[in-house]
Design a protein. Sequence first.
Length: 223
Amino acid sequence: MVICERYNFVYLRIPKNASSSLAQFFIQNFCDMNDKWTEVNDCGIPSHNVDPRLLKKYQLNYRFIHLTLDELFRNNVVGPSELASKRVISVIRDPLMRQLSLYFFLRRGREKSVSEFRHPFKEGRHESDPSNRILQTDYARVGDVDYGDWWLYNKLDRYVDAFAKQHNVVPQNDLQKFKSGFTPKDADLIDQYYDQKTMDAVKRYYEKDFEKIIELETGLQLS
């Protein structure tokens, strides 16, 4: 997470959605020492102004990096007034490519195979990754309310540029790419790695995420 008071936003770090890149970008270009953020371990930025008890509570699998808005709310990191007033920036990615990205990351430096990919994703979500069980759309939800200002992963540069211009900020540090060597870049890999059963499982499990992406893409086409 990144919580910036001056520019009045919360950034939720959803895993495998350029979360390190955006966290570093926001911290270096928008935040000051009064703000809060959890560590960006890809570039050596330590957690700042975050209660150590919160970090310890969610230390397993580095969950504290990827806290949901509901977890921030329940742990009094954000309150009702902040939910009502702060922009909650959240990035959403095609679940099919996101699952491939997770697999490629987990297998970094080792051989990959189609059959090995399909087994842990047979239920749609990864069988042992706790963060992958959480729908992307649930990261920005508290109760029945979706507070997310949703940015499409595949149009991230467009959103970042618009955000900087809106706040009259000329970024001194560009948006970096981390783990790019472990990220599948060719959409044709979907046809290679997925069979119909695995694809249907992902589409079924992340149905709400697919719906949100269609909604956002439709809105961009109409604007």
